[in-house]
Design a protein around this ligand. Structure first.
Ligand code: SF4
Length: 91
């Protein structure tokens, strides 16, 4: 039996106030939002995801945030990889 790869840390709303988590680059946040806008679980009026309940303009800024679907429609990234293609963290 193989050991599963570590899952990304779950993003919480208050993580926006913890500076050590940083923010994704603007283009990545825009790309994440475009995916959400095309998703049937996205509520355009409130900009919330019905799967996680999050306010997506905020959640998509967090590097360790990830779409809750399985498989996710967009992935967490490692902040240390910014400028190096922002590699995705696979769950
Ligand atoms: S986070 Fe995932 S499930 Fe939620 S709206 Fe965005 S793409 Fe859809």
């Amino acid at each position: 039996m193989t050991e599963d790869a570590p899952k990304p840390k779950t993003a919480r709303p208050w993580d926006l106030f913890i500076s050590k988590y940083g923010r994704v680059e603007e283009q990545l946040q825009v790309d994440r939002m475009e995916i959400c806008k095309g998703c049937p679980f996205f509520i355009g009026l409130t900009k919330q995801c019905t799967k996680c309940g999050c306010f997506m303009p905020a959640k998509t800024k967090l590097p360790h945030a990830q779409c809750p679907l399985d498989p996710p429609k967009w992935f967490a990234v490692n902040v240390s990889d910014y400028g190096n293609n922002s590699s995705q963290v696979q769950s």
